[in-house]
Ligand binder design. Structure first.
Ligand SMILES: Nc1ncnc2c1ncn2[C@@H]1O[C@H](COP(=O)(O)OP(=O)(O)OP(=O)(O)O)[C@@H](O)[C@H]1O
Ligand SMILES: [Mg+2]
Length: 321
C-alpha cells in the first residue's frame, strides 16, 4: 500500500516571549516528537482535548508552520525544508479544510471566485468559461448547484458554507486533505450530512484525510486508524476498531468512557479524568499524563514513555502496558 504521508519525530515549538525586550522565556511544545503515516485512500483520525496540539500538527504537516524538528514526507518527497517556491507544485496536492466556515471564506468574493481561485493560480483553467465549468461541476459534487456560483458567502447557511469550503479544497483534485474539526461549528443535524459528503468524496476521488476532531464517535465512524494526542505527544495509535474495542492507554480509556451512551443497559465504570490539563508552558516531568492518571507509579514521574508497538499495529506510550 502506498504511503501518501509520513511524519517522523515531528516537533513544533512556539517561543514564549516576555518583557519589553521580548526575551524568549521558554517554549510551548505544541507538537513533540509525533510520528504517523497515512496510506493512500485512508483516513487517520486525530483526537485529544482542546489545546493538545491537533491544529498545530495539521498546520505543520501542510507547512503553514515551519517545523522545529523532524521530517515530513509527502508521496516520498521530503518537504520538511522545501522553500515556498519549490512547494508550489505540491501545494495543490495537499489541502486544508478549516473548522470555521464563517471566517474562512472571503466575504467579498463570489463562490465562483472562491472555488475557482486555486485552479486559476495553478493554471488548471485557462479561461473564464473553463473556470465556471469546473466550479459548477464541483458545486454539484458537494451538493450545491450552479446558481450558487454567483452568490456571496453571507447568503449561505453554516452547512452550505462548509460545503463551499470543501468545494474550494476539492477544486485542485488533492490527494491529501487535512480536515481540522470540519463539523464542530455546525448544527448537529447538519454534521452527519457533511461527514457523509466527506466520505463519499474520499471514496470517489481516492483521497486521504487527516481528520482532526475531539468527537470520538465521529472519528470512529470515518477513520481507518486513530491517533490519540495528549500535550503534544501521541499516546496511542491503532486501527480504529482495535482502539475502540481494546483501548490501552489510561487517557484513551477515559476519553472513550466519556462518550455519552444512549443505551442505558450498558453500565460503564466511568473513569473520570481527574484535574485539568497541565500548563503547556510548564509540562510535568516524565509521562505528561501522570498528574491525572490513576495508575501512576514512580517511573511515570521520571521517565517519558516512548510510543511502542505492543501488538501488531497497536502502539501505546505507557509504562504500565
Ligand atoms: N501560533 C501560536 N503561537 C504560540 N502558541 C501557540 C500557537 N498556536 C498554538 N499555540 C499553543 O500550542 C498549543 C496547541 O494548540 P492547538 O491550537 O494546536 O491545539 P488544538 O488541539 O488544536 O486545540 P483545539 O481543540 O482547541 O482546537 C496550545 O498550548 C496553544 O496555546
Ligand atoms: Mg484546533
Amino acid at each position: 500500500m502506498k504511503e501518501i504521508l509520513k511524519v517522523e519525530n515531528l516537533k513544533k515549538y512556539f517561543p514564549v516571549k516576555k518583557g519589553i525586550f521580548s526575551r524568549v522565556a521558554g517554549y510551548v511544545k505544541a507538537v513533540d516528537s509525533v510520528s504517523l503515516a497515512i496510506n493512500k485512500g485512508k483516513v487517520v483520525g486525530l483526537v485529544g482535548e482542546s489545546g493538545c496540539g491537533k491544529t498545530t500538527l495539521g498546520r505543520t504537516i501542510i507547512k503553514l508552520y515551519e517545523p522545529s524538528e523532524g521530517k515530513i514526507i509527502f508521496d516520498n518527497i521530503d518537504i520538511t525544508s522545501m522553500s515556498r517556491k519549490r512547494m508550489r507544485p505540491l501545494r495543490k496536492r495537499i489541502q486544508y479544510i478549516f473548522q470555521d466556515p464563517y471566517s474562512s471564506l472571503n466575504p467579498r468574493m463570489t463562490v465562483l471566485d472562491i472555488v475557482g481561485e486555486g485552479p486559476v493560480i495553478h493554471n488548471i483553467v485557462k479561461s473564464n468559461a473553463e473556470k465556471r465549468k469546473l466550479v459548477e461541476n464541483i458545486l454539484n459534487k458537494v451538493g450545491l448547484s450552479e446558481e450558487h456560483a454567483d452568490r456571496y458567502p453571507h447568503e449561505f447557511s453554516g452547512g452550505q458554507r462548509q460545503r463551499i469550503g470543501i468545494a474550494r479544497s476539492m477544486a485542485l483534485n488533492p490527494e491529501l486533505i487535512v480536515c481540522d474539526e470540519p463539523i464542530s461549528a455546525l448544527d448537529v443535524s447538519i454534521q452527519a450530512q457533511i461527514i457523509n459528503l466527506l466520505v463519499d468524496l474520499k471514496n470517489e476521488f481516492d483521497m486521504s484525510y487527516l481528520f482532526i476532531s475531539h468527537d470520538l464517535k465521529v472519528v470512529e465512524y470515518i477513520s481507518d486508524e486513530v491517533a490519540v494526542m495528549y500535550m503534544g505527544r501521541l499516546v496511542e495509535y491503532a486501527l480504529a476498531p482495535v482502539l475502540y474495542s481494546e483501548p490501552l492507554h489510561p487517557y484513551t480509556l477515559a476519553l472513550i468512557d466519556a462518550i455519552p451512551v444512549i443505551d442505558k443497559k450498558t453500565k460503564s465504570k466511568k473513569i473520570f479524568l481527574q484535574g485539568d490539563v497541565p500548563s503547556p508552558l510548564n509540562p510535568p516531568a516524565g509521562c505528561p499524563f501522570h498528574t491525572r492518571c490513576a495508575e501512576c507509579i514512580e517511573k511515570c514521574r521520571k521517565e517519558t514513555p516512548e510510543l511502542r508497538e505492543v501488538r501488531k499495529g497497536h502502539r501505546v506510550a505507557c509504562h504500565r502496558r
